[in-house]
Design a binder for this molecule. Structure first.
Ligand code: NAP
Length: 433
């Protein structure tokens, strides 16, 4: 506790440093040695504070966690961006898009990261502070504690069998991040020696969706096989802590359960994202929220490799059924639209009301676009703008109806459905009649 009624008596009240500012400095180790903040990057206020209060400011007692006590160490260990107090030696196998993405966080947390991949990614590795090995034997002789498998779903089976596993230490921990889980679990149980520990995991985010950090994003995992020794249990916890300290939502779940939940929606999300990408959607100055979401979906899925998408299809037993369902739903929707068009066409044929006829002229749809493609381009202006076309307004009637209160309006909503009621709420709240 800093016991000083006024932190700096020589400063006017407005320039007194905020308590949190003082506490921030208090937590930096040099502070305790020199008793005043000196960090050059500190805010101007603390600089001037440092110079002007050097003599006036006196610490009488400190009750906050110190750098040498366990409370402080614990808080550092759990701070979201602090380096790990006990780093692991981790080898990433498959140093492509996702492998490099994970490496950034692992190195930031202070873990020693090594990598091997089919292709030469030594340049990218150098930039990330990762040691790259083109020969997996050389890498494995470094005896990493954790092997993090980041290969594509479709190549992992074959690739795993080619790795010189005999060069690793007996109790090495294998972790995979494949997006389908039952497949990788069965594969690792079959291929890896019984001495190896296994975690199956799925970080449910990627370079695009986690651009701004991993906070709140799901990390799903199953401890498939962890030996009883304390060191193995601790290593498993240290690995999981990598994601916990980034504030991921940690979900322990069986691989089967994961696939039941995720396989369907992952495949559907990627399918829709890829279809939308083919439409070359572009952002406009007046995007709706819904359209923004579509653009986000394209962005989140478009950079993923086709191998990843293909893997989601190949190793998800529901994928084909899902594809068929999507197709059927699209057909059903199309039919609904065409049936409505038929109704309009019938009306046009049997009704002689010229005005209605004018408004509902849909011949352009049938004439120009048998395949139903470029409707928007060929739609006559009368049809395109019918939502917004103003109804004829009688000026005199309008004036006489207007509320005497000039700031309030008397508004008649024609069409009091979903959107009409939605608007009404705001009109009424603003005091309009
Ligand atoms: P990916 O296309 O699924 O995998 C690319 C990686 O697989 C590269 O390291 C590549 O090595 C390697 N690879 C491909 N074919 C290979 C072969 N025949 N032999 C050996 N290695 C081969 O793209 P990714 O996005 O990087 O995904 C990697 C893994 O992370 C996948 O299992 C995916 O399911 C999982 N995952 C991805 C995301 C994501 O958002 N991208 C999210 C969660 C989980 P080279 O680069 O050396 O050729």
């Amino acid at each position: 506790m800093l016991s000083s009624p006024s932190f700096c008596p020589t400063l006017p009240a407005a320039q007194q440093p905020h308590l949190s500012e003082l506490l921030r400095h208090q937590l930096q180790p040099p502070f305790f040695l020199r008793s005043l903040p000196t960090k050059s990057s500190a805010a101007p206020l603390s600089l001037s504070f440092s110079r002007r209060c050097r003599r006036a400011f006196r610490i009488q007692c400190i009750d906050a966690a110190q750098p040498y006590d366990s409370e402080f160490k614990l808080s550092l260990a759990h701070s979201s961006h602090g380096t790990s107090p006990d780093p692991l030696k981790i080898a990433i196998i498959g140093f492509g898009n996702f492998g490099q993405f994970l490496a950034k966080t692992l190195t930031r947390q202070g873990h020693e990261v090594l990598a091997h991949s089919r292709s030469d990614h030594s340049h990218a590795a150098l930039q990330l502070g990762v040691r790259f090995f083109s020969d997996p034997s050389d890498l494995f002789e470094e005896h990493p504690e954790v092997i993090l498998l980041c290969t594509s779903i479709i190549s992992t089976g074959q690739f795993l069998k080619t790795l010189p596993l005999q060069r690793l230490k007996r109790s090495t921990l294998f972790v995979d991040v494949l997006s389908v889980k039952e497949f990788s679990k069965n594969l690792m149980l079959k291929v890896l020696p019984a001495d190896f520990d296994i975690i199956c995991s799925h970080p449910m985010f990627g370079p695009e969706s986690a651009k701004h950090g991993w906070k709140g994003l799901f990390f799903v995992y199953e401890k498939v096989r962890i030996g009883n020794e304390d060191s193995r249990v601790l290593r498993c916890e240290k690995f999981l802590d990598i994601f916990a300290r980034e504030e991921c939502a940690m979900i322990e779940m069986s691989c089967a359960e994961h696939d039941e939940y995720a396989a369907g929606f992952q495949f559907m999300t990627h399918t829709v994202g890829r279809v939308l990408k083919m439409l070359n959607l572009e952002s406009t100055p007046i995007n709706t929220k819904g359209y923004e979401k579509l653009l986000d979906l394209v962005e989140n899925t478009a950079c993923d490799s086709f191998d990843l998408y293909y893997g989601l299809f190949m190793y998800n037993k529901n994928a084909l059924a899902m594809l068929k369902k999507l197709n059927a739903a699209f057909e059903a929707l199309k039919n609904e639209i065409f049936e409505s068009l038929d109704d309009v066409a019938r009306k046009r044929q049997y009704e002689s009301d010229e005005k209605v006829d004018g408004l509902l002229d849909i011949s352009w749809m049938f004439k120009e676009n048998n395949n139903g493609s470029a409707w928007k381009e060929t739609a006559p202006n009368s049809v395109r703008s019918q939502d917004t076309a103003p109804w004829p307004i009688n000026g005199r009637a309008r004036n006489s109806e207007q509320s005497s209160n000039s700031s309030k309006l008397k508004i008649a909503i024609i069409g009091f459905g979903n959107f009409g009621q939605f608007l009404a709420r705001t009109f009424v709240r603003q005091g309009h009649q």
